[in-house]
Design a protein around this ligand. Structure first.
Ligand code: GTP
Length: 392
């Protein structure tokens, strides 16, 4: 037994001595290692030298701050939740070039004819034809030609500026420079303003509802949209997309639901959510006049249980000419229209429709559509319109 213990002890001692020798032989030499320069502190731009967690900012300390493993990647600011549309003021001035492109043929043609040395009956007939072709309408055209004939006689000489001034004055009188074109969209105390958008499908009704919501939000309003065009599910989808882009909530129901119930729910929610303006997009099926009257009448009556309908905007496609005018009349008989939105003025030279539609319906053009872009809807400005017609 003692012999075994002795052997074990000897083995342990030998093992310890061997391990110690190995350590002395192979330990890393400290003395001869080249000096390691302390890592340079990274240069931090002054404005970003704010104390950060784990960094000691004290001149008296010589603590070496280890360099950051990797310079922080600049973090892009998160994208805004919604688009911020520009305000509606001055839009028509911004869109003037587009208006001039589509409309100035009429103005230039009239200026050329009126500047001729001899103004005989043939020239006056040409002027009349030109105005009728531009959809000014027969009766307004006659009035204008009569006025021009009288004024030209009084003028005697006809310089370019004089003729232009005369034409501008006549056009402005027909367009109605002093008509009230205010768009009533401001809330009444606790209750939102309600705008009903009506018109035949395809005229740009849903697009106009979306563009108007954008413009109002750009002006600082809180807007809610009612997708009462339940005839076509795509119309509600289209409206929802507009709403999502600018942060306007959309009240909608399944395809085929009662438009009046959508309008009612939209206005109720508008009141609960304290929005400023509720815009209701309606279906514009021209089935029968009585059918249309019943549908729009019901939508309006139901809204009026909760709020006042401030505007009934009729959307009219400027490219449809006399056909569009007939449709407009059917709508005017079905519901009390307070303003006209003339869309697609960028796609026709027949801007004279502004004059004829106002005459026929006795309602002012309040907004014009000048393109498919989201901000291509502008409050109608008679002076800008006339100047675009006449060119510079
Ligand atoms: N060039 C031009 N296109 C326009 C204008 N306004 C609307 N549009 C286009 O006209 C087409 C019809 O517009 P919508 O808003 O879908 O017409 P709608 O009357 O609501 O018709 P439904 O959706 O069928 O109810 C779309 O392609 C629009 O982009 C405009 O001012 N200028």
């Amino acid at each position: 037994m003692d012999g075994y213990l002795g052997i074990i002890l000897i083995v342990i001692v030998v093992a310890l001595l061997a391990a110690g020798g190995m350590f002395l032989l192979f330990r890393p030499s400290q003395r001869h290692a080249p000096p390691v320069a302390p890592p340079e502190a990274p240069t931090i731009p002054e404005e970003s030298q704010a104390p950060a967690t784990g960094v000691i900012e004290d001149d008296t300390l010589t603590t070496t701050v280890p360099p950051p493993a990797k310079p922080a990647e600049p973090v892009a600011p998160p994208p805004p939740a919604f688009e911020i549309p520009p305000p509606s003021a001055g839009r028509m001035v911004r869109l003037r070039a587009r208006l001039a492109r589509s409309q100035s043929t009429l103005g230039k043609g009239l200026l050329e004819l009126l500047s001729r040395d001899r103004l005989d009956d043939d020239v006056w007939d040409e002027i009349e034809d030109m105005l009728i072709t531009a959809d000014v309408g027969v009766s307004p055209t006659r009035t204008m030609v009569e006025e021009l004939r009288t004024k030209v006689k009084v003028l005697g000489s006809r310089s370019h500026d004089e003729v232009r001034g005369l034409l501008r004055e006549q056009l402005l009188a027909l367009i109605g420079a002093d008509m009230d074109r205010t768009l009533h969209t401001a809330p009444h105390g606790e209750r939102p303003a309600v705008v009903l958008v009506v018109g035949v499908n395809g005229t740009g009704k849903t697009t106009t509802t979306g563009k108007l919501a954008r413009a109002l939000i750009g002006d600082g309003r809180k807007v809610l949209l009612g997708a009462a065009d339940t005839f076509r599910a795509a119309a509600a989808d289209q409206l929802q997309t507009w709403g999502e882009r600018v942060g306007a909530e959309v009240v909608r129901k399944d395809e085929g639901a009662d438009p009046a119930s959508v309008a009612f729910d939209a206005v109720s929610k508008g009141i609960d959510d304290k929005v400023d303006t509720v815009i209701v997009d309606t279906a514009g099926r021209l089935h029968t006049k009585t059918g249309l009257m019943d549908e729009l009448g019901k939508v309006k009556r139901v809204i009026e249980k909760k709020a006042t309908v401030d505007e009934v905007l009729l959307v009219l496609d400027a490219t449809t000419g006399q056909n569009g005018m007939r449709q407009a009349q059917v709508f005017a008989e079905a519901v009390n229209i307070t303003g006209i939105v003339l869309t697609k003025l960028d796609g026709t030279a027949k801007g004279g429709i502004v004059i004829s539609v106002q005459r026929e319906l006795g309602v002012p053009v309040k907004l014009v559509g000048l393109g498919e872009g989201p901000d291509d809807l502008a409050p109608f400005d008679p002076e800008v319109f006339t100047d675009a017609l006449l060119g510079d």
